[in-house]
Write a protein that binds this ligand. Sequence first.
Ligand SMILES: CC(C)(COP(=O)(O)OP(=O)(O)OC[C@H]1O[C@@H](n2cnc3c(N)ncnc32)[C@H](O)[C@@H]1OP(=O)(O)O)[C@@H](O)C(=O)NCCC(=O)NCCS
Length: 375
Amino acid sequence: MKTAEYSPGLEGIIAGTTTISHVNPDLCSLMYRGYDIRELVKHSSFEEVAYLLLKGKLPTQGEYDEFCALLKQERDLPDVLVDAFKTFPKNSVPMDMLRTGTALLALHDPDKDDNSHDANVRKAIRSIAKFPALIAYSYRINRGQEIVKPDNGLGHGENFLYMLQGKKPDAYMAHVFDCSLICYADHGFNASTFSSRVTVSTLSDIYSGLVAAIGTLKGPLHGGANEEAMKMLQEVGTPENAEAWVIDALATKKKIMGFGHREYKNGDPRAFILTEMGAEMSEKLGDTQWYKTASIVESVMHREKNIVPNVDFPTSYIYYLMGLPIEIYTPIFALARVSGWTAHMIEQLDNNRLIRPKALYEGPDHLDFVVRAQR
Ligand SMILES: CC(C)(COP(=O)(O)OP(=O)(O)OC[C@H]1O[C@@H](n2cnc3c(N)ncnc32)[C@H](O)[C@@H]1OP(=O)(O)O)[C@@H](O)C(=O)NCCC(=O)NCCS
C-alpha cells in the first residue's frame, strides 16, 4: 500500500484528479474546463458556464437554447415541498432550509433510484434549475410572505432575484449578479465539493452528495464567510473606523472574514473581478460607504498581515448593495456551486474509487481493561 506524509487539513495533498476546474495560485488564475473565468465573466452567462462544467465543452447556440429551455422547464417545485416549507420553524436559517429542501426534493425526483450517468446529468440539471426556487420559496414562506412563481422571460440569476425580492432587477444588477454566480460556480477540491465527492464515492446518490455539500458550505471558514464579512463591515460601520477596527481585531487574534485562502496566497482572481465590479456598482448607485470601508480593511490587512481578500469579501457588499438579505448570501453561493458539485460528482462516479484516507493514530494502545466496578 502507498504511504503518504501527514498534512494537517490535507494542505497540499493531491486527493484526486479532475478536468473540471484548475486553480493556479502561481498565475492567480482559475479555469473552468480550460477557460479563464475572466473570459467567462466577460463573454458568457451562468447557464453557459453550468453547461460547460457539466458537459465539458461550450455549447453551440442550439445546445445552449435547449439547455436554457430545460432549466426553465424545471424551475418550479412540487407543491408538497411548498407545503413542507410551511411547517419549518419561523426564522429558520436559509442554509438549513436549503439542506432540508434538497433532501425533500430527492424524494420526488423521477430518477431517484437510477445512478446511471445519464440519470445523474438529468438530476444535475434539475437541481441547478430548482435551487433558486428552493431558496426563494423557503425564505419567503418562512418570513410570512407569498411565494413568487418563476418568470420564464428571465435568465437564471435574474429570475432568482425576482422570486426572492418580488421585483425584476434592472439589467445592470442582473449582470453583476450573473458574474458573481460564474465566479462561484466551481473551485477545484474545495471542502464542499470534496465532501460531495466523498459521499458519492461510496456509490451513494447525487442528492446525498448535495446535502453533504450544503452542510459543508455553511461553515464560516467556507461559504458562510460572505455573510460574516458583511456583518463585519456593518460592525466596522464607516471608513473612518476601519483601520482601528482591523488593528484591534488582529490584536485579539480575530479572523477577518472574507480574507485568506488555502490555495491563493497572493490573490484570488475572483476577488479581483468582483472588487472592480463592487467599485463600479457603488459609484453607479451613489452608495460608496461599504466599498470605501472594505478598501481600507483590505489595505490594512495587506499592510499588517500580507493577507488579501477572497471571493467572499466583494460579494458581501455587492449583495448588500443589491438589497439582498444577509442570511441569503451563502445560499446564493450554493445556487451557483450546485453546478460544480454535480459536475464533480458525475466525474467521480464515472471513474470511481472509494475515497477513504488513513488516520495517524495518536492515542494509547493495549491498555489493560479494568471492569467497571473496579475503576
Ligand atoms: C480560508 C482559511 C480557512 C484558509 O485557512 P488556512 O489555509 O488553513 O490558513 P490558516 O487559517 O492556517 O492561516 C495561516 C495564518 O494566516 C492567518 N490568517 C489566515 N486567514 C486570516 C484571516 N482571514 N484573518 C486573520 N488572520 C488570518 C492565520 O491566523 C494564520 O496565522 P498564524 O500562522 O500566525 O497562526 C483562512 O484564511 C480563514 O479562516 N479565512 C477567513 C474565512 C474565509 O474568508 N473563508 C472563505 C474562504 S474562500
